[in-house]
Design a protein around this ligand. Structure first.
Ligand SMILES: [Zn+2]
Length: 462
């Protein structure tokens, strides 16, 4: 993919349209492969009925954003479907116009939801339906959309403050981004395209006085770099000294990276938050965490788990954070040796003990699509740390070679798709059987670490 830096306002409408049609041409499977009654007639081309419809498959969103005017156009591609209509979250947006291939389309807004009379099929490749939505957005102090510090943040379900979207983590789509109105002397760091299906919260940009350093190129040919803001160079270079080696380890161990051939950690000046956010391929790390190698490695690992494989529902959050924490620890151990390995697992133990002491919840609730990740306490340190220790315990039970093979096999089978923690446990169980252990061993570890509260007996530490 092309580089992500823009030094001046730009407008590339033609290239955006081209990317959109390319993405549509190679987009996902239609949600209904055939239309009853021969569908796709003339009436469709004028639009369908207005109603709430969240199950329409989104294939692509191209955003052309004017940062100075706080206005944007979203070019959206929908999969063809047996029924018309599509709904989008626009809670924080002012919608100005909705157009289809034949001109303006009827729409309505109900309680932050945009219902569009989208036709069942369009004239694009594979019958994809093209929509264009003009809208305005606003800057926010909180991490819920375009922030006043120049970065965007939409996790877990605030994409509707930045662009018309579906915040369901299972729904994957491709993106193209163009930013205009970047302030003088500032640079915008963002991917021009996201070439594989990603969750809506992955797309992001960061605008500021960024400096860049190329840290290295992996064996698979991925350029790994770091962007920092004034005053942060020393911390940023210390924190990312081994990032290229960590990324290389992930590619070699887990599988090919989906989101382009240039990746970087990007400093973000968040208010009242720390750590990082998996905005691949240019993930954000809080300025105060830029010297922390673990945070960089953790966000990098989301390229495989959490972004590369999406969550079926928020209750499966442990599938994003457990493997990510574990793989980051493994990458750090592989590059840093025994002392680094001991240090990272001691850090995890302290974080686990503190998490259990403060919010003793299960890592993996047994519903799907029922709980709110923020309001129902899924987002705590528990899924991160119990997820990591679960995998550490599995590693000790079946061996490092076997768990690596399972994590890689699972990634390759599910890359670009949504999956659940139960699916990963099934893959780990199959691997256990293949090396002469029992599936019950894995089930029992899952019960202890993921389905129970309290502080289990720790697996042997390095
Ligand atoms: Zn994470």
């Amino acid at each position: 993919m092309k580089t992500c830096m823009t030094h001046a306002p730009i407008a590339r409408l033609a290239s955006l349209a081209l990317l959109a049609s390319l993405a549509a041409a190679c987009g996902g499977e239609p949600d209904q492969p055939s239309l009853p009654g021969g569908g796709g007639g003339k009436a469709d081309e004028l639009g369908g009925e207005l109603g709430e419809r969240w199950d329409r498959d989104l294939l692509f969103t191209g955003l052309r954003v004017d940062l100075a005017q706080k206005s944007a156009t979203a070019e959206i591609r929908l999969a063809p479907s047996s029924a018309p209509g599509a709904s989008f979250d626009v809670k924080g947006l002012e919608v100005l116009a909705v157009r289809g291939e034949a001109g303006e389309l009827p729409y309505r807004i109900v309680a932050g939801r945009l219902d569009v009379a989208a036709p069942r099929r369009g004239g694009e490749a594979e019958g994809a339906v093209a929509l264009s939505i003009d809208y305005r957005f606003r800057e926010r102090e909180e991490l819920e959309g375009q922030t006043t510090s120049g970065v965007t943040f939409t996790w877990p379900y605030f994409c509707g403050n930045l662009f018309p979207c579906k915040s369901d983590p299972a729904d994957g789509l491709r993106f193209a981004l163009e930013l205009e109105g970047v302030p003088a002397k500032q640079q915008a760091v963002f991917p021009r395209t996201i070439p594989a299906d990603a969750p809506s919260y992955m797309a992001a940009w960061a605008v500021g006085e960024y400096s860049y350093k190329k840290l290295g190129v992996t064996k698979a040919g991925t350029e790994v770099g770091v962007y920092w803001l004034p005053g942060e160079e020393a911390d940023s270079l210390r924190g990312t000294a081994a990032l290229a080696a960590h990324f290389d380890w992930l590619e070699q161990t887990v599988g090919p990276y989906l989101f382009g051939d240039k990746v970087a950690s990007v400093s973000a000046r968040w208010k009242n938050a720390y750590g990082g956010m998996e905005h691949h391929p240019f993930w954000h790390v809080d300025a105060g965490s830029m010297d922390d190698a673990y945070i960089h490695a953790h966000e990098a690992a989301h390229g495989w788990y959490g972004d590369g494989i999406r969550l079926r529902c928020w209750e499966d959050f442990v599938l994003s954070e457990g493997p990510t924490s574990y793989l980051a620890a493994r990458a750090i151990s592989a590059a840093g040796g025994a002392a680094a390995e001991k240090q990272i697992w001691n850090r995890f133990r302290a974080r686990l003990q503190s998490a259990v002491a403060s919010t003793d919840v299960v890592a993996w609730p047994d519903s799907c699509g029922k709980l709110d990740i923020l309001k129902d306490n899924i987002y705590t340190s528990i899924p991160y740390m119990k997820g990591a220790f679960f995998l550490r315990a599995v590693e000790l039970a079946i061996g490092r070679t076997a768990i690596d093979r399972a994590l890689s096999r699972f990634y390759i089978a599910n890359a670009g798709k949504a999956a659940g923690m139960a699916d990963l446990i099934a893959t780990l169980s199959a691997e256990a059987v293949a090396v002469g252990q029992s599936a019950a061993t894995i089930e029992s570890l899952a019960q202890t670490w993921l389905r129970s509260k309290g502080m289990p007996e720790l697996p042997a530490m390095p």
